[in-house]
Design a protein around this ligand. Structure first.
Ligand SMILES: [Zn+2]
Length: 259
C-alpha cells in the first residue's frame, strides 16, 4: 500500500494536484441487481451479482470520465476499489485534468458541483434521486446519537452554513453555494482538494483488519491478526477484477548505494 501511495504521488509530481475526487457507491437497489434476484433473495445473498453489476457500472463510469471527458480531459488518474464492512463495493477516483480544463475558480466549481436540492418542477428525476441518495442523515440536536456525532458536533461538519456563492475555503474543500432561499441541503461533494497527501493516503489505506481471540477449551487464548474480507470482495478477487489502477503507470526503480 505504501508503495502504491508513493507511485500515485509520482503522478502529482508530474501532472500537479488532483482536481476531482469522485466516489461511486454500489446501490443494492440498482435495477440490474433487483431484476436478477430469485424469489426470496436479498441483494446481500448474491455477492456475485453485486460484484459483477458494480464492475459493469464502473467500466461505464470510466468510459464517461476517461473517454467521453464528461468532466473535462483527464490526463492522469488513480482509483481504488473498497468494500464496506457489510460488503457493498465503492470506488474512490482521483482525477487530474488537462491544463485547459483545470477547475481554477468558484465559477468552474459551480459548473460541475451543486450543493442545493434541484428544483422539483424543473428537474424532477434529479430532485428525487438527490433526496433519496445524497442527504446526510439527521444529526446534531435532532439526532445526537448519529454515528457522525463526536463530542457534541458532526465530524463531517453538517449542517453546512449558507453561502450566496461558491468560495475557496480555508481548508481543503470549497464552500459551495447554498443560498438561503434554496432548500437547505446537508450535502457534501468534493471537487478541489489541497491536501493531496491525505487523499492519496486515504485511498491507499489498505484493507480492514480484525483482531480475533481463538479459545481452545480453557487453554491460553491465541490472538490472530487477520485481514477482513467480505463476500463481495472475495468475489471481486475470484473474477480477477483489479483493486486499483493508475494511468499513466508509475513504478519505482530499486537503487543500491555502492558498498
Ligand atoms: Zn452529521
Amino acid at each position: 500500500m505504501h508503495q502504491r501511495y508513493q507511485d500515485a504521488m509520482a503522478l502529482v509530481h508530474k501532472f500537479g494536484k488532483p482536481d476531482i475526487f469522485l466516489t461511486m457507491t454500489c446501490n443494492p437497489s440498482w435495477s440490474e441487481i433487483v431484476a436478477e434476484l430469485l424469489p426470496g433473495q436479498q441483494p446481500h445473498d448474491r455477492p456475485d451479482l453485486l460484484t459483477r453489476v458494480f464492475h459493469a457500472r464502473l467500466e461505464e463510469l470510466k468510459k464517461d470520465v476517461l473517454e467521453r471527458n464528461v468532466l473535462g480531459k483527464v490526463v492522469a488518474y488513480v482509483y481504488v476499489i473498497e468494500f464496506q464492512k457489510r460488503g457493498l463495493p465503492h470506488v474512490h477516483m482521483l482525477l487530474i485534468l488537462d491544463q485547459s480544463d483545470k477547475l481554477a475558480t468558484p465559477d468552474d466549481y459551480d459548473k460541475i458541483v451543486r450543493a442545493e436540492i434541484p428544483d422539483q418542477q424543473q428537474e424532477p428525476e434529479l430532485h428525487k434521486r438527490i433526496l433519496k441518495h445524497m442527504i446526510h442523515n439527521p444529526c446534531g440536536v435532532q439526532n445526537p446519537r448519529s454515528p457522525c456525532m463526536k463530542q457534541g458536533s458532526c465530524k463531517k461538519g453538517f449542517p453546512k452554513s449558507f453561502s450566496n456563492c461558491t468560495k475557496q475555503g480555508n481548508d481543503s474543500y470549497p464552500i459551495y453555494r447554498r443560498r438561503q432561499d434554496a432548500p437547505p441541503v446537508p450535502l457534501q461533494i468534493c471537487s478541489s482538494i489541497k491536501c493531496v497527501k491525505y487523499l492519496y493516503k486515504y485511498i491507499h489505506k489498505g484493507s480492514d483488519r480484525v483482531s480475533m481471540e481463538v479459545h481452545k477449551g480453557d487453554e491460553i487464548a491465541q490472538f490472530v491478526d487477520a485481514r477482513w474480507i467480505c463476500a463481495p470482495e472475495a468475489m471481486w478477487k475470484f473474477y480477477k477484477f483489479p483493486m486499483t489502477r493508475m494511468n499513466p503507470s508509475a513504478s519505482s526503480l530499486a537503487k543500491h548505494a555502492p558498498s
